[in-house]
Write a protein that binds this ligand. Structure first.
Ligand code: FE2
Length: 220
């Protein structure tokens, strides 16, 4: 797993270039307060896929794109002095467009997308930037009375910083204000994890693009 992780991390810069998005300016405004933690949830991978690069819309060697709306989620990871953190490991995991996780604990019976890469990992660049290309996940039932809105799980860490486990959401989704995890956050913290995705055409492909900057607390 380590060797494959290294291999894909080394590809990350190339893929960012391929998206034609390199050179994005640092966050316009920086938040000194660490990003709010949210639960890891039951679906963090128990086994890491061989393909864990920053493009979740396509499996290595496959010509078939995953089903669903393509999204770019990107941002800057800073410390609580607003200094970009270089080399932070950013992991994401999520459901496919049907709302199904590729995880033994997901017993929903909802169909998996065989073309989706459910997990990705990269290191932030020297300006603290990360970026993933993915699919908007479907909503899913966490219980009989609780349907989770589309969201992406994040785990971000580097030695010397408190590890951050959190989730990001789609602005305007009708399930957001009923979600027990999102609504458990104070309003100000909630606003920072609900992301406004704007449609763009990148390399001839329509996709939503949203910025999710994260702040990690430095360990004194
Ligand atoms: Fe989830």
């Amino acid at each position: 797993m380590q060797s494959s992780r290294r291999r894909f991390l080394s590809h990350s810069g190339m893929l960012i270039g391929a998206f034609g998005l390199a050179g994005k300016a640092l966050a316009d405004s920086c938040d000194f307060r660490p990003t709010a933690k949210q639960p890891l949830g039951p679906f963090y991978p128990v086994e890491f896929p061989t393909d864990s690069d920053i493009d979740l819309t396509r499996l290595a060697g496959s010509a078939v794109r995953a089903t669903g709306d393509v999204m770019i989620i990107e941002g800057v990871v800073t410390d609580d002095m607003c200094k970009p953190i270089k080399g932070a490991i950013v992991e994401i995991w999520q459901a496919c467009h049907t709302g199904r996780y590729n995880h033994p604990s997901d017993t929903s019976g909802t169909p998996l997308d065989p073309n989706f890469q459910y997990y990705g990992v990269m290191r932030t660049d020297d300006q603290g930037r990360y970026r993933f290309k993915t699919i908007k996940p479907g909503a899913y039932d966490a219980s009989e009375t609780w349907r989770r809105p589309p969201h992406i799980h994040f785990k971000v860490g580097l030695r010397g910083y408190r590890q951050l486990v959190t989730q990001s959401y789609w602005e305007g989704d009708g399930l957001n204000d009923k979600d027990l995890i999102l609504m458990d956050l104070p309003l100000e913290e909630r606003r920072k994890v609900v992301i406004n995705f704007k449609d763009e055409i990148i390399n001839g492909e329509k996709m939503g693009r949203g910025t999710f900057d994260m702040t990690l607390k430095k360990i004194p």
